[in-house]
Design a protein around this ligand. Structure first.
Ligand code: Q9C
Ligand code: ZN
Length: 342
């Protein structure tokens, strides 16, 4: 049996953000142990792990703005110079609704301008870790471009909440968007990003919203009662040239495999009939019944069924890691998901 290749790295370990949750700032649930546990489980399952190639900055520039890349790459040094190295950098003032926003020159203003949530911070290792995660996604896409039927990028930090120019939701650079753009750049005329994380992939939607060449489809918890609150609704269908090329399939809290299967079949019918030549799966296993952040009720075995159905598309498939916070189960859940692609 051919186990699908896995791209992973230890660079993520030094990045551990803080998050504001229920009135308190504390260590993020997006913990370095997540990726270590997944890597161990995948090795045990027989996957070969390899390191990423260097990140292509031209590729990165096709999904993020130059201002944002400049901001992220310099924010920690500017913060440390001004406030010291003891506390990480975080935004705390965001533009109001309907305001005509200009980009502040000051770092503190920019932290608000370039973020949308108080759930993650920038520390000394954040930029390097985010670039490595994007490089992992790029390398997974390259393996698929090189003829692998599927490849997995063990990205950490995750990426699907990061927009063209804002971090949030534990995400800084949009790894799934990087992978999708890489598949396009290799010659695919159209690709799909199928986001199965518990949370809406608002960043991926925003990055590709006005484009037809990427069909973004997300299955996630109803945003009327869940992060990211302000997007993920079924009426968001893409804009301009991208009209019809974004599909949101929100599900109620408490959803299990029955509801999930229906949404997934809708997603797969759309992707299958849209002429996509390759697919990126944004894989969050925070849909797991015991996930501390999620309220779906999927069991480990359900990941076999979900992955099997996705694999019936029979498209070249780059899978990238997003969320999943039930650390005791995260390794098995990811390994279980990857098995049907082997
Ligand atoms: N402390 C991903 O799954 N809100 N991001 C958490 C509870 C943010 C999740 C609030 C959730 C972000 C990649
Ligand atoms: Zn999530």
């Amino acid at each position: 049996m051919h186990m699908i290749p896995v791209v992973a790295s230890d660079v993520h370990k030094a990045h551990h953000s803080i998050e504001f949750s229920r009135g308190t700032l504390g260590p993020s649930q997006e913990d370095p142990r997540r990726a270590d546990i997944i890597a161990t489980a995948l090795r045990m399952a027989g996957h070969a792990l390899r390191e990423p190639e260097d990140l292509d900055l031209d590729l990165l520039a096709r999904v993020h703005t130059p201002e944002y890349v400049e901001f992220l790459s310099t924010a920690w040094a500017l913060w440390e110079e001004r406030f010291g190295a003891d506390v990480p950098a975080m935004g705390f003032t965001w533009p109001g609704r309907g305001s005509d926003v200009s980009r502040p020159d000051d770092l503190v203003g920019r932290l608000g301008y370039h973020s949308f949530a108080a759930d993650c911070s920038i520390g000394p290792a954040t930029w390097h870790a985010a670039c490595e995660a994007a490089a992992i996604a790029q390398t997974a896409a390259d393996l698929v471009n090189g003829g692998e039927r599927a490849a997995f990028g063990l990205c950490r930090p995750p990426g699907h909440h990061a927009t063209t120019d804002q971090f949030g939701g534990y995400c800084y650079l949009n790894n799934a968007a990087v992978a999708a753009q890489r598949l396009l750049d290799h010659g695919a005329a159209r690709v799909s990003v199928l986001d199965v994380d518990y949370h809406h992939g608002n960043g991926t939607q925003a990055i590709f919203d006005d484009r037809r060449d990427v069909l973004t489809v997300s299955i996630h918890a109803d945003p009327t009662v869940e992060f990211p609150w302000f997007s993920g609704y079924a009426h968001e269908r893409g804009v301009g040239d991208g009209d019809g090329a974004n599909v949101n399939l929100p599900l109620p809290l408490g959803s299990g495999i029955g509801d999930y299967r229906s949404a997934l079949d809708t997603a797969l019918d759309l992707i299958g009939s849209a002429g996509c030549e390759a697919i990126v799966v944004a894989l969050g296993v925070d849909t797991f019944v015991d996930d501390p952040l999620g309220a779906f009720t999927l069991g480990s075995d359900d990941y076999t069924e979900i992955a099997s159905r996705i694999s019936t598309l029979d498209l070249p498939t780059a899978i990238v890691q997003e969320g999943g916070y039930a650390v005791e189960a995260i390794g098995d859940n990811v390994a279980t998901f990857l098995a049907p692609f082997s």
